[in-house]
Design a protein around this ligand. Sequence first.
Ligand code: ATP
Ligand code: MG
Length: 446
Amino acid sequence: MRLSRYFLPVLKETPAEAQIVSHRLMLRAGMIKQASAGIYSWLPLGFRVLERIQQIVHEEQERAGHIPLLMPTLQSADLWRESGRYDAYGEEMLRIKDRGGRDLLFSPTAEELITDIFRSYVKSYKDLPLTLYQIQWKFRDEIRPRFGVMRGREFLMKDGYNFDLTKEAALHAYNRHLVSYLRTYERMGLKAIPMRADSGPIGGEDTHEFLVLAETGESEVFYDSEVTDLTFGDRAINYDSVEECAGVLEEFTSRYARTDETHDEAVFSQIPEERRRVARGIEVGQIFYFGTKYSEPLGATVQDGDGNKVPVHMGSHGIGVSRLLGALIEANHDDKGIIWPEGVTPFHCGIVNLKQGDAAADAACENLYDQLKTAGLEPLYDDRDERAGAKFATMDLIGLPWRITVGPRGLKNGVVELTSRRTGESVELAPEAAVHQVVEIYRKHP
Ligand code: ATP
Ligand code: MG
């Protein structure tokens, strides 16, 4: 992309309405624009990151054997009456009437609809296990939408639902989701810690939330500092293996890590004092096992091996896709702007032409731009007729992890400069070597 032809409405001023750094930076970097309270337009740069995050979520879900589908945002109230949640959900549910006077609602989550799909088609245990998921907009009429995309009213969520014959099988699905979520967040360059939580209006017996530690987080959390040392890395995992998935769950959840809802001071105080941490966190995902809570009232049954009709065991599993942008920025920024991890960056590499109109500089930039694109990367070339300082400020603000700077002086010596946004370190390299280095970096972040 050439910046002169892109739509990147960056703001010089710090917007007064934004209370936390991620919200400020998303507005300043021209990523989002508020349409009304808690509802945002995703401008091109923000939309690119949102798409990257979705792509990682899809890839990791499919790796775990989960199947994508898409359900409508507007749903009939009748289904929600069957489960009893039409009344129970309260004011957060946006209720709508169509012209025929029928009650609709904007889906805050989709257990009812997915269970209806399941009961319409699946009749035998032979079709299990089954996990279906979507990435779809949700609406919750939050009392206090705030912090930009962190607590929106309209927000993008990955919601997945497992259907299993037995409790044991459903617990395996739970563990499988935990593993796939660990991988998902790590690929985004984010440390999200699974913590024992409370199930809220979804209901259920077992649940973990994934929290990103940040001072601006809305949840108070209590944990053993050893949990922050754990990483999943790129180890191979067989998602069909009950033992392997249970082993990962054990490894990542055996130490104390809880949200305030489930915190137990007596147990916490048993941990050696130097390892006890009280902090704040951003909830970026949650997994639930809730058994037959929805399958019983909605009649989602299958025939088991003995020919008996039994309700299926279910769980649901959510990732806050749009909230993740805020969480990522809270965890990756400095006073100049955002610092995107390679896994989610909107463009792989910036190219800054220090002297637009200089024949050698223009030609070198065009070359770099073509070579990076040929290598399958997406560069952002700042080809505007602007001062160098303004170009650097824009690149720093929008946070591309790598920048190649091209100027007539360097070119006389046959070099350009490759700079890391995170460390600020620069090296002088021949243009081909700079391309090669950037390509190598991204080979590790498919
Ligand atoms: P919270 O406690 O923050 O209100 P929740 O527990 O009600 O969230 P879930 O039903 O678990 O939310 O939804 C799955 C994920 O969707 C959450 O982990 C969170 O990342 C995201 N999410 C929930 N509510 C919002 C919101 N209002 N704005 C943006 N993301 C949200
Ligand atoms: Mg939750």
